[in-house]
Each structure stands twice: as structure tokens, then as C-alpha cells.
Design a protein around this ligand. Structure first.
Ligand SMILES: NC(=O)c1ccc[n+]([C@@H]2O[C@H](COP(=O)([O-])OP(=O)(O)OC[C@H]3O[C@@H](n4cnc5c(N)ncnc54)[C@H](OP(=O)(O)O)[C@@H]3O)[C@@H](O)[C@H]2O)c1
Length: 208
């Protein structure tokens, strides 16, 4: 279904219908989108930011609601929400501000649901990827291929599956964990300045 449409209710109804009679055990809320390029907050067109909010926040929330009922009856299930380092590992993500803010929502939604439903046998987890070599990374960070710190989607997914049902929040890929650990030693103002310089550089690159 298109989570970015004006009315997602029809799509959700079809998802609900598709789930009827199925014992949905694991749900991965992977859907996500960001700006077409690095932009100052005031430059982001209304239709663009509203779509990001709908896809990243409403999509994850509504699918979770659809599948949770059955999991609750069975007292069993796992929900994995894909967050982002943009909202968790670095203190800010300038020039991708609305994207990062929606991912902070995903992080908090997941953590609170983890506490609410853990007692009923449902494990809710937020996975926090850093860069993964996908269309999104190519579009916003000009990452065209995998490298030591940027896994392929397949390598990321293999690591991600192994973490399901363990901690409430994790970064499954080993090289991402090293980067997260290093980021903890860097003062926030330095990380802010670094992210701002990267955002501005990307914006200028895309303009030329
Ligand atoms: N790549 C990274 O470096 C990175 C880093 C941190 C977090 N993430 C997160 O990882 C998740 C996956 O992103 P990705 O990197 O794989 O990006 P991607 O290649 O752009 O894939 C995005 C996914 O979301 C789906 N999607 C986007 N808009 C949709 C809409 N309106 N309706 C329904 N589905 C829609 C896409 O479906 P279609 O294939 O059908 O278009 C695709 O499966 C996202 O939540 C993203 O925020 C990615």
C-alpha cells in the first residue's frame, strides 16, 4: 500500500483483511522516506514534509495497531521498527531535520510499546541503522556502494534478523556498533558542527 497517500484508511483495511485468519508472528516496519536532498527546514515544501510524517510515523503506528490485536490474543509476537542513527546516535541531524524528528518518534513509540506489551509476550524493538547502501543512502548521501562501515541491504538484514526478540533498541550491524561507540566519546557540540557541515556540503553538492 502507499503510506504517503492522502487517505491511508483503504490500504489499511486491505492489510487488515489480509491478516485475517493469519497468525502474524513478526512484523518489520521498515517503511521510510526522507527529503530528496539536504534542505534547510524553511525550504522543505509542505507536501514533502507532510508525506514524510505520514509515511514514517503514521505508517508504522497504524500497521502496528493492525497486527497487535492478534498478537495480544495469542500472547506472542515481535514487532521491529526501523529507526535511524539520525535520531539516536547523533544529537542532531541538520538539513534533514524533519526526517530525524520522525525517527525520534519511532524510537520513543517502540520503547514505550516494549514496556506496555512486554508483559503480554510481545517484543517491540527499535533497530537503529547507520548508513546502509540502499536507494535512500544513494539519494541523500551519494553512497553508491557498500564499504566497511556501510553494509549492503542483504548484510544488514542478515544481522538484523539475528537481533529480533533481544534488546528493546539495538544497532545490529557490527561496524555500526563501533561507530556508535566512538560517537559516545565525542562532545555533542562537535557532533552538531560535524553534522551541520555535512548537511551544508550535501546541499551545495546537489545544487551544482
Ligand atoms: N539506508 C540508510 O542509510 C538508512 C539509515 C538509517 C535508517 N534507514 C531506514 O531504513 C528503512 C529502509 O530504508 P532504505 O534505506 O532501504 O530506503 P529505500 O531504499 O528508499 O527503501 C524505503 C522502503 O520504504 C518503502 N516506502 C517508501 N515510501 C513508501 C510509501 N509511500 N508507501 C509504501 N512504502 C514506501 C519502499 O517501498 P518500495 O520499494 O515499494 O518503494 C522501501 O521498501 C527506512 O525506514 C529508513 O528510514 C536507512
Amino acid at each position: 500500500m502507499d503510506f504517503g497517500g492522502d487517505d491511508v484508511r483503504e490500504g489499511l483495511r486491505r492489510v487488515e483483511e489480509a491478516c485475517e485468519g493469519l497468525e502474524v508472528g513478526v512484523v518489520i516496519n521498515n517503511v521510510g522516506m526522507t527529503y530528496p536532498r539536504a534542505m534547510w527546514f524553511h525550504e522543505v515544501e509542505e507536501k514533502v514534509w507532510r508525506k514524510i510524517v505520514r509515511v514514517n510515523m503514521e505508517g508504522t503506528t497504524s500497521v502496528t495497531k493492525v497486527v497487535l490485536k492478534g498478537m495480544l490474543e495469542r500472547r506472542r509476537g515481535a514487532i521491529v521498527n526501523i529507526g535511524s542513527a539520525a535520531a539516536v546516535v547523533v544529537p542532531s541531524h541538520p538539513l534533514f531535520t524533519i526526517y530525524a524528528a520522525t525517527k525520534a518518534y519511532v524510537d520513543q513509540l517502540s520503547r514505550s510499546l516494549y514496556v506496555e506489551y512486554g508483559q503480554y509476550g510481545i517484543h517491540v524493538q527499535c533497530q537503529v541503522p547507520l548508513y546502509v547502501a540502499t536507494n535512500m543512502a544513494s539519494g541523500v548521501a551519494s553512497i553508491e556502494r557498500a564499504s566497511l562501515f556501510v553494509p549492503t541491504a542483504e548484510a544488514y538484514a542478515r544481522a538484523a534478523i539475528r537481533e529480533i526478540g533481544l534488546k528493546p533498541r539495538c544497532t545490529p550491524y557490527w561496524a555500526h556498533s563501533i561507530q556508535w561507540c566512538l560517537a559516545n566519546f565525542i562532545p555533542d557540540p562537535l557532533l552538531d558542527a560535524w553534522r551541520l557541515s555535512i548537511g551544508m556540503r550535501r546541499r551545495n553538492q546537489k545544487e551544482h
